[in-house]
Every structure is written in structure tokens, then in C-alpha cells.
Design a protein around this ligand. Structure first.
Ligand code: AQP
Length: 327
């Protein structure tokens, strides 16, 4: 099966990006033909600093690799190196209804939280549809927040197929383990954990130090009553921490409930911090080794982008011909 997904280079990745996306990416690479990209063109749809931007791109590449992405098995490319993405975006925009884009939750949430309501942000889902459809994947592993965009991609693909002839297989949003598809903010379990949250304590960054992780866990909100049980409706904060603990320890939630029966919230939170630290420490060592050689990382991205572009340009040509754009 062909798999494709991406991550925006919009700041330090969080444990939610790891549990909801990167861990799935790595698990899938042994069984499938995988394409994972760094979505730098999506990252510039929200405020960013051009001075540190290229570092963010290499940071995501180093993290993919440090977590175990194998460049011999998987194609890891950079979106902006392949102009076919923006070319197809325009073609797909001509069959995408405004009303569909206006419904998108991410656009509404981001503009509501103060991001400028620019056309780029509004068109984000059309670019995402182009990112996906260029490679004709069967599945797209994403967290819950991106499922709506994959569904819109399916509806754009269906519309294209109907109007211009069978071209795109309909990609399925793929969540390996639903439990990890929506990790919540440590400060407000009604919100998702997000790398661009202004509240630094709301998320744990993948490069946070053990001290930062412990401090953030210490200030994580909890629920009323003292028992450590999984009940997302009645105990959303503790359920979120149990989910994170399960993701980082590999233990089922029922076993963790047993393990922490009678423990105080404070002790439980420190134990969760330790589970995260144990997983991230070896990744940090690899990351620092990889980020030292920026030239090597850049060359890898360029090589893999050339490989991906072969497929992208074939699809674009097919689309242009079907739309009557070829002479
Ligand atoms: N809270 C989450 N729980 C599980 N998965 C999540 N993802 C994001 N947040 C959670 C998944 O991570 C992948 C990469 O996301 P992205 O960087 O492309 O953009 P995003 O979905 O907008 O993620 P963030 O962290 O909220 O970034 P910002 O703040 O920059 O917008 C996707 O598969 C996503 O579903």
C-alpha cells in the first residue's frame, strides 16, 4: 500500500505530533511504500520568522530520522522543492467550492485565535489535497484534527474523477490507534495539544529537557477527586495523562490504572514525566548528532525530493491532459 503524510515545520514538534503522527509513520515504513514530507509551504500560512525558518525545516528532518525513519525504505521530501504541489493546488482550486473551505475547523480555529485570515490559510486544505493526490496514496496517517482535510481531499478527488475521468484513488485517513489521535493540552483538556499554543505549559516539546518536562507535568491541570481512572467525560485531564503514559510506556491503560491505584496525582504526574523522558533521551542524542551535519540533511532532502518529483510530475501531466491544458 502507498502511504503519504506530512508535518508542518511551524515550530518545535510536540509529544502530540509524535503520538498522533510520527510514531505511526515509523510503524508503517516496514510494511508499506511510504512518503513523508515536511510541509514548509503550509508552515508559512501562519506567522513565522524567516530567519529561523530553514532551521525549522532541518529540525523536522532530523527528528523524523532520530525517531527511526529509514531513508533507505522511505521517501522524505521537502514540499517547496516540488513546484507540482502548488501547480496542482491551482487546478484543484478551480473545482473546490468556497463553502467547503469555509466549513474547515482548522481555518476557523486559527483565525479565531488571532492568526491573520489570509487567502493562504484559507486555501491550506486545497494545497493539502494537492500534496496527497499527486502521489495517489491509498492511506494518509493523521491525527484527528487533520481528518476533515483528508475527507475534503476525497471529495475533491471524487469531483475531479466525475468531471474529467477516473484519475485519483480515494485516500483513506488512517489512524493506527484512535487513542492517540487527539492528545489534549496539559492546561486545558478541552483543547488539543498544539505546537503553536501561546501557553508554553500547554504542550511538551520533543526537544524539551528533563527539567522542562517535569516542570510542565507538575503544572498540568488535574480533575476533581483523587482516583487515577480513564474516563474522558468525567476525568478529561487524568484520562489525557493516562493516554500519554500509555503512548510512551507502551503499557495498556488498564494496566496503568492498576499500577497507579492509590497514588497521588503529584506522584502520577512525575511518573508520566519519567516515561516521556526515558523515550526522548535516546532520540535527543541521535537528533544532536544529525543536526550537526546540516549539509548532509539538506542533500538527503534534495535527493529524496527529486525522487518524489518523478511521481508528482507524472500525475500533474495526467491532470493537465484530462483538463484540456496540454497542447
Ligand atoms: N493534539 C494532537 N494529537 C494527535 N495528533 C496531532 N497532530 C497534531 N496535533 C495533534 C498531528 O500531527 C501531525 C502534524 O501536524 P501539523 O504539524 O501538520 O499541523 P497541525 O495538525 O496543525 O499540528 P499542530 O501541532 O497543532 O501544529 P500548529 O500549532 O502549527 O497548527 C498531523 O498528522 C496532525 O494530525
Amino acid at each position: 500500500m502507498r502511504i503519504l503524510s506530512g508535518i508542518r515545520s511551524s515550530g518545535q514538534l510536540t509529544i502530540a505530533n509524535y503520538l498522533g503522527a510520527i510514531s505511526q509513520f515509523i510503524a508503517l515504513q516496514n510494511e508499506h511504500e511510504c512518503f513523508y514530507f515536511i510541509a514548509d509551504l503550509h508552515a508559512i500560512t501562519t506567522p513565522y520568522d524567516p530567519k529561523t525558518f530553514s532551521h525549522n525545516v532541518l529540525d523536522v528532518a532530523a527528528m523524523y530520522l532520530a525517531f527511526g525513519l529509514d531513508p533507505l525504505k522511505t521517501t522524505m521530501f521537502l514540499q517547496s522543492l516540488i513546484p507540482e504541489h502548488t501547480q496542482l493546488q491551482w487546478l484543484l482550486a478551480t473545482i473546490t467550492p468556497m463553502g467547503e473551505l469555509e466549513r474547515m475547523t482548522q481555518y476557523k480555529e486559527k483565525t479565531h485565535q488571532g492568526d491573520p485570515a489570509d487567502v493562504g490559510l484559507f486555501m491550506y486544505p486545497v494545497l493539502m489535497a494537492a500534496d496527497i493526490l499527486l502521489y495517489k496514496p491509498q492511506a494518509v496517517p493523521v491525527g484527528e484534527d487533520q481528518v476533515q482535510h483528508v475527507e475534503l481531499t476525497r471529495s475533491i478527488a471524487e469531483k475531479f474523477n466525475k468531471r474529467f475521468g477516473e484519475t485519483f484513488p480515494l485516500p483513506e485517513p488512517k489512524t493506527l490507534d484512535k487513542a492517540f489521535s487527539r492528545i489534549k493540552s496539559l492546561q486545558d483538556p478541552a483543547k488539543k495539544m498544539s505546537k503553536s499554543d501561546d501557553n508554553q505549559k500547554a504542550s511538551i516539546g520533543l526537544m524539551d529537557t528533563p527539567e522542562q518536562i517535569r516542570a510542565k507535568m507538575k503544572s498540568a491541570v488535574t480533575d476533581s477527586k483523587k482516583d487515577i481512572v480513564f474516563n474522558p467525560n468525567k476525568k478529561p485531564a487524568i484520562s489525557n495523562l493516562l493516554t500519554i503514559a500509555s503512548g510512551f510506556s507502551g503499557l495498556p491503560i488498564t494496566m496503568l490504572e492498576q499500577q497507579f491505584k492509590g497514588a497521588s496525582y503529584a506522584d502520577f504526574k512525575m511518573a508520566v514525566a519519567d516515561m516521556i523522558i526515558e523515550k526522548l533521551t535516546p532520540m535527543h542524542e541521535k537528533y544532536y548528532e544529525l543536526i550537526k551535519d546540516k549539509k548532509k540533511l539538506k542533500n538527503l532532502l534534495v535527493d529524496h525530493s527529486h525522487k518524489a518529483q518523478v511521481i508528482a510530475s507524472e500525475t500533474l501531466k495526467e491532470v493537465q491532459e484530462k483538463m484540456g491544458l496540454a497542447l
